[in-house]
Design a binder for this molecule. Structure first.
Ligand code: KIV
Length: 311
């Protein structure tokens, strides 16, 4: 049989269904949703086990782990590759996969085809795309094809150039009104969740009020129906040297993974160089008689340490 190997599925997954998510508003008594990015199997496994509600295979993979300066170079195949790993690590999680730059903007057909690949090949439950009113038709087309869509408005990193950089959105009246129209358009087009990135906290609260789908904020204040972070930001792991890395104000690292890993890597190097590693307990034994026979069969010179047979 050709094609990618099947991904793990279980009869009971996912724990949170799309219809249940759509109704999950804090104002109706729900707990805030917790979303975290994941790009590989171990982090997906750990995040799911820790009770994270939604795993996002974000195009932030580009800056967080692939070493790019922006999310623009990330391809659909990159996201599929990472989504498959996330699905293997967390078979029952609600996995959302990002449609990267220029994989949906060109036409409804392109959007539906590529969203379908994230579901079919990537094993995702839903896709996320950036944009408000301008992308409403794309959202409608993907939802009509039976694929759940998460919207994303505010700071949309794929179009950071057009927005004038990675800056707070909706600070003035026109900008804020435009984002409210965007939120309404995304909901009307059929999205079941709305990510709101880097807007004033009061606007995050207003956006949460005006839509009946849950908002998931990132730098959008505490009133959103949930929060999302990039896991490497949360863990203090930066692709660039920490002094060159940009840390937005909404990131509060809960760990110094840069420091912990540097210490572990340096410890390994030191242990190898000093001979402290490996010890006997790290090695595999061979029967003495096998070793004796091996030495005999190699001849005297080869058996000596560093010997090179008859050469
Ligand atoms: O790609 C990503 O990780 C995202 C989040 C920042 C929401 O879109």
């Amino acid at each position: 049989m050709s094609g990618p190997e099947p991904l793990p599925r279980t009869a009971t997954r996912p724990v949170l269904t799309v219809p249940a998510l759509r109704r999950h508003k804090v104002r109706d008594g729900a707990e805030p949703l917790v979303m975290l990015t994941a790009y590989d199997a171990p982090t997906a496994r750990l995040a799911a086990a820790a009770g994270i509600d939604l795993l996002l295979v974000g195009d932030s993979v580009g800056t967080a782990v692939l070493g790019y300066d922006s999310t623009v170079p990330v391809t659909l195949d990159d996201i599929i590759h990472h989504a498959r790993a996330v699905r293997r690590g967390a078979p029952r999680a609600q996995v959302v996969a990002d449609l990267p730059f220029l994989t949906y903007q060109a036409s409804d057909e392109q959007a539906v085809t590529n969203a379908g690949r994230l579901i079919q090949e990537g094993g995702a439950d839903a896709v996320k795309l950036e944009g408000g009113r301008t992308q409403a038709d794309r959202i409608r087309a993907i939802v009509s094809a039976g694929i759940p869509v998460v919207g994303h408005i505010g700071l949309t990193p794929q179009s950071a150039g057009a927005l004038g950089g990675m800056r707070v959105q909706g600070r003035d009246l026109d900008g804020a009104l435009a984002l409210i129209e965007d939120a309404r358009a995304v909901e009307a087009a059929g999205a079941h969740l709305l990510v709101v990135e880097v807007v004033p906290a009061d606007l995050g609260a207003l956006l949460t009020e005006v839509v009946s789908i849950p908002t998931i904020g990132i730098g959008a204040g505490a009133a959103c129906d949930g929060q999302v972070l990039v896991w490497t930001d949360l863990a203090g792991l930066t692709a660039k040297a920490p002094e060159e890395a940009i840390r937005p104000r909404f990131v509060e690292p809960m760990l110094d993974l840069n420091g912990m890993l540097t210490e572990a890597f340096a410890g390994f190097a030191a242990a190898v160089r000093s001979g402290a590693y490996p010890q006997a307990q790290h090695t595999y034994p061979m029967k003495a008689e096998v070793l004796a026979e091996l030495r005999a069969s190699l001849g005297e010179s080869a058996a000596k340490p560093g010997g090179r047979g008859n050469a």
